[in-house]
Design a protein around this ligand. Structure first.
Ligand code: AMP
Ligand code: GLY
Length: 423
């Protein structure tokens, strides 16, 4: 099979590695990819739907895998399906991508199909008065969400009513997140522990991937600003059989059923961002892509042939797929540029990558080649270091000892990934 994968982050590095492992893969292209994806395929530089579509045509691409949400929300799947009949697209169409592209759409969907989520209402600038009176019926803290995509920054949690009202004005009246905050979802705060559950679906059938926990805050012990994710662990000890069976019955099944009832032909990944509230799962958000840095841990445990799963998605026969998951624990620690998620410097040379053990996976997330062909930093999240172990502690010990070998100026990482999950 000839496969084209879109994206350039840690998630796509993880996908590239597992696609490369498949016996079915004859050729893998990654656009634009990064220095680590070169180990698993050929990086190409395609811009815009038209270039991607003509590349699929010219290179007889069998499967297009879309890593990030933006092109999905913009309708790349519909475009390719209209123009390239032979290419199977792994990624939601425009209608399905609304699950992530519009918080209002997602909340309506969950209420319609009785999927547990926080109580909410949606407002625009013309209903700001009603928004403030709804706020006053809730208890602190207050959760405000820009309706549209806002580069992961559109959720704001405020400790008191006056700050919540100020934020609401900024979002609705001053377009704090541009068009994305034309509408704002206000919802009840859910208190619990978060985890991420993923499925791959052909629209009717699904396979449940291993769950993961992500560490979103920049500082030790979950303090400081939110980031894209500072590390991950899979499996998650508190996601026991009973919890996961509630997730499947109350959340996954009604979601797939609901998509069918809405006439949405969804072929791709769904990421359920969940809150475990005293053993009961609630959906915090849907994403129409895999998580990052969850993918780095989840795909490190994927032992079966992923391309076969993609082919079955194409045929609508995913029920025939046998997912084999490594029973070991995978842990990922993100090495970041000092200062991230605020301002940080780029272009720092990365040392020690050649000293890392063969069994350790180094996924690049924000790197590039400098003019003199050295690997340098080019983003806030730079490298994901992933290790497997017989238990979480073993995997983490390995990660942290491997990290000792890597260095770049102002490198920063959290030293407490997984600590909260220790027995
Ligand atoms: P999102 O961008 O939707 O993932 O939201 C960002 C983060 O805000 C989530 O990972 C949660 O930590 C938090 N969050 C979102 N909605 C709620 C809620 N209703 N209650 C508590 N925390 C929330
Ligand atoms: N790690 C959370 C996300 O990918 O959105």
């Amino acid at each position: 099979m000839k496969i084209l994968l879109l994206g350039n982050g840690g998630r796509e590095s993880a996908l590239a590695r597992v696609i490369h492992k498949s016996k079915q893969t004859e050729k893998l292209y990654i656009s634009p990819g990064n220095p680590s994806t070169e180990a698993w395929g050929e990086n190409v530089d395609l811009e815009g739907f038209e270039q991607i579509s003509s590349f699929c045509e010219k290179e007889s691409i069998d499967i297009l895998v879309v890593g990030p949400e933006q092109p999905l929300v913009e309708g790349i799947t519909d475009y390719i399906n209209q123009n390239n009949h032979r290419t199977i697209v792994i990624g939601a169409n425009k209608q399905g991508a609304q699950l992530e592209g519009s918080k209002d759409f997602a909340k309506n969907f969950m209420f319609k199909y009785n999927i547990p989520t926080a109580r909410y209402q949606t407002f625009s600038s013309s209903t700001i008065k009603e928004a403030k009176s709804f706020l006053s019926t809730l208890n602190a803290p207050y959760v405000l969400k820009a309706d549209g995509l806002a580069a992961g920054k559109g959720v704001v949690i405020l400790p008191n009513l006056s700050e919540a009202e100020k934020e609401l004005d900024a979002m609705l009246l001053d377009a704090k997140f541009g068009k994305a905050s034309n509408k704002v979802v206000i919802e009840e705060f859910l208190s619990g522990v978060e985890c991420s559950v993923f499925v791959l679906t052909d629209g009717k059938h699904y396979v449940i991937l291993p769950e993961a926990k992500d560490y979103k805050k920049v500082g030790q012990n979950d303090t400081g600003l939110n980031t894209g994710g500072m590390g991950s662990v899979s499996p998650v000890p508190f996601c026991n059989e009973s919890f996961l069976s509630k997730v499947e019955q109350r959340i996954i099944k009604p979601t797939i059923q609901g998509l069918q009832e809405e006439g949405i032909d969804y072929k791709g990944f769904i990421f359920f961002g969940l809150m475990n509230v005293e053993g009961e799962p609630y959906v915090i958000e849907y994403n129409v892509r895999m998580g990052d840095p969850e993918s780095e841990s989840v795909f490190a445990r994927w032992d079966s042939d992923i391309v076969e799963a993609f082919l079955m998605v194409g045929k609508g026969e995913l029920d025939k797929y046998l997912l084999e998951i490594n029973s070991q624990t995978a842990t990922t620690v993100m090495l970041c540029s000092g200062g991230y998620p605020l301002d940080y410097e780029k272009g720092k040379e990365i040392f020690g990558l050649d000293k890392v053990d063969n069994s350790t996976i180094i996924y690049h997330a924000g790197t590039k080649y400098s003019e003199n062909k050295k690997i340098v930093t080019s983003g806030g999240r730079v490298l994901a270091v992933t290790c497997l172990g017989n238990n979480m502690q073993e995997a983490l010990n390995k990660c942290y000892s491997e990290i000792e070998k890597i260095h770049f100026d102002k490198m920063y990482y959290r030293k407490d990934i997984g600590k909260d999950l220790e027995a």
